[in-house]
Structure formats: structure tokens, C-alpha cells
Design a protein around this ligand. Structure first.
Ligand code: PMM
Length: 297
């Protein structure tokens, strides 16, 4: 089953694309694991967003707080200072902008500045006011599977069955969001690769996106440059066998995941380098169309 084509509220220009969407990452942080510091100044963040658009990204995800394992939190004021001007300028340039935040107040200010989606890695667990803000603004909301902030998540990896447990914990978030007045069509779900999941725990989630599709909402997949890819590639092409390949060497593996996730019916992939994933989602869409057409002449 696929929910790729399910309706997501408030994004008319992106519905009916007939393919997986590509979300490009704009981290305005000095310390993200994958691109920390590169786009920390607002000018550089805006330019990076424009470059991702030129590469074909459908959505730009602007974040001001690193979720790198072990990262310490930034204050709300600092997060606002980082993201609001960049969101305003990218939205004014015509981009569909998402804000990557766990704070309700940041989500609210970001939407006022032009953000059209809220991407919350905590699925509403970090801030009790988040669901209310999402209900009130009516914007699409990405609820990711999460078990705690970056300083504690690596210690929360106990699963009986990672796929069933993540599915059930996401189902509980969906129920809580409904209770707070969030409409079904606003919700997008995300397995939260790398969050309270190291190494091997990520692969069953990717291989069983169908189990998460059973929750009836579109799925966003964020595998880009994550640690489990670094571990996968250890030893390849002469890299040290016992050291993960650094983030910069993980983009080709990320593209492979984009193709496979798109073929499995993902609604969107979140990536740092957009160009190759933009091509990969076209490949996956053509492949799927050929699978579903009767005409093989
Ligand atoms: N991963 C990161 C940050 N935000 N949002 C969603 N919805 N899904 C993810 O997997 C996700 C996310 C961490 O990566 P980064 O620090 O490179 O942005």
C-alpha cells in the first residue's frame, strides 16, 4: 500500500506531482552532524536554499537547532534569530518552506514569516503547545518518531520489534494530534531514522515502509548522510573497516535510499544534496508507472 498520493492539506502546488517530493535541508546551525556551520550566516543560508531550489528541490526545510546525537539545546530566542529571517526571505523568493523545530512558539513565528509546513522531530512530544499551534495554523505537520532529545536518545533504543514499536508509537501520536484538533489531512509521518535508532535498527524500518503506510498517512524519509550509512560503507573502497565513512561520503548511498523509498511509495525524502535525489525520484516514478501499466509493447 502507498499513501504517496494522499492529500496533504495546504500544498496545492505539490499535490498531484505523481512522484515522491524532495525536501532540501537548510541547517542554520554551527554544529549539525552533516553540514554544521556551512550555512550559519543568514546570507549563506538563503543562498544555500536558492541553490537547492535550482537543483530541483520541492521544499526547503529550515532548522536552527542541531539534533546531532549528544547536541545541547539552543534557547528559543537564538533559534528564532537563526530561522525567521531566512524563512522570510526564502518564502518571499517563492519557495515552499518548512520549519524544522520542536518548539510551538518557533513554529508559530515561522508560519507567520511564510513557512508552509511544520517539521517536528519530536512529533509533538517536546512541547505540549505544538499540537495546538498546528491545529490553529492548519499547516501540514510532519510528526517524526522520537524518544527524547539528542542528549538522551542514544540510551533509548529498546525495541521488541522496531517496526511494530515505531508504528504503534506513531499511531499514538496521530491519536494525540487528533485530540488536539489537528486534521487528518495535515499529518505526515516519519520513522525518525537515526533518532533512538543506531545502525541495524534503521534497515527494517526502510524495508517495511508498508507497515507505516498502514497508518494511512504519507511518509517522509530522512536518511540523508546519517550515521547508519557511514557504518554501512565502512571498508568500502579502502575506507577503514572499523570507522564510519564521514558524512560527506554518504551522498551516493543517500541517493540509493531515495530511489528505493520513492519506489516503495514515500511521499517525500529529506536530503542535504538535492540534485541526485531529484533525478532518483523521477526514475522511481517512471519505474512505478511501468509496473502499473498493462501495456508492455
Ligand atoms: N533528521 C534530522 C533533522 N530533522 N526531520 C525529519 N522529519 N526527519 C528526519 O529524519 C530528520 C529531521 C537530522 O539531520 P540533520 O541534522 O542533518 O538535519
Amino acid at each position: 500500500m502507498s499513501t504517496r498520493d494522499a492529500v496533504v492539506a495546504g500544498l496545492p502546488e505539490l499535490s498531484g506531482a505523481g512522484r515522491c517530493l524532495v525536501m532540501g535541508v537548510v541547517n542554520i546551525t554551527p554544529d549539525s552532524f552533516s553540514d554544521g556551520g556551512e550555512w550559519f550566516e543568514p546570507e549563506a543560508g538563503v543562498q544555500h536554499g536558492l541553490d537547492l531550489l535550482a537543483e530541483g528541490a520541492d521544499v526547503l526545510d529550515v532548522g536552527g537547532e542541531s539534533t546531532r546525537p549528544g547536541a545541547q539545546r539552543v534557547t528559543e530566542a537564538e533559534e528564532l534569530r537563526r530561522v525567521v529571517p531566512v524563512i522570510g526571505r526564502l518564502a518571499a523568493a517563492g519557495a515552499v518552506v518548512s520549519v524544522d523545530t520542536t518548539r510551538a512558539a518557533v513554529a508559530e513565528r515561522a508560519v507567520a514569516a511564510g513557512a508552509r509546513l511544520v517539521n517536528d522531530v519530536s512529533g509533538g512530544l517536546a512541547d505540549p503547545d505544538m499540537a495546538g499551534v498546528v491545529a490553529e495554523t492548519g499547516v501540514p505537520y510532519v510528526a517524526m518518531h522520537w524518544r527524547g532529545h539528542s542528549d538522551v536518545m542514544d540510551a533509548r533504543q529498546d525495541y521488541d520489534d522496531v517496526v511494530a514499536d515505531v508504528r504503534d508509537e506513531l499511531a499514538a501520536r496521530v491519536a494525540a494530534l487528533h485530540d488536539a484538533g489537528v486534521a487528518h489531512e495535515q499529518i505526515v509521518l516519519d520513522p525518525g531514522l537515526g533518532f533512538a535508532k543506531s545502525g541495524a535498527l534503521n534497515w527494517p524500518l526502510l524495508a517495511h515502509l508498508d507497515a507505516l503506510h498502514a497508518l494511512g498517512r504519507p511518509l517522509l524519509v530522512g536518511a540523508s548522510r546519517k550515521r547508519f550509512l557511514g557504518h554501512l560503507l565502512a571498508g568500502v573502497r579502502g575506507a577503514a573497516a572499523d570507522e564510519p565513512v564521514p558524512p560527506a561520503g554518504r551522498d551516493d548511498a543517500t541517493t540509493a535510499i531515495t530511489a528505493l523509498a520513492a519506489h516503495a511509495g514515500a511521499w517525500c525524502v529529506r536530503v542535504h544534496a538535492a540534485r541526485a535525489s531529484v533525478d532518483a525520484v523521477q526514475v522511481a516514478a517512471a519505474w512505478r508507472r511501468a509496473e502499473t501499466t498493462e501495456d508492455t509493447a
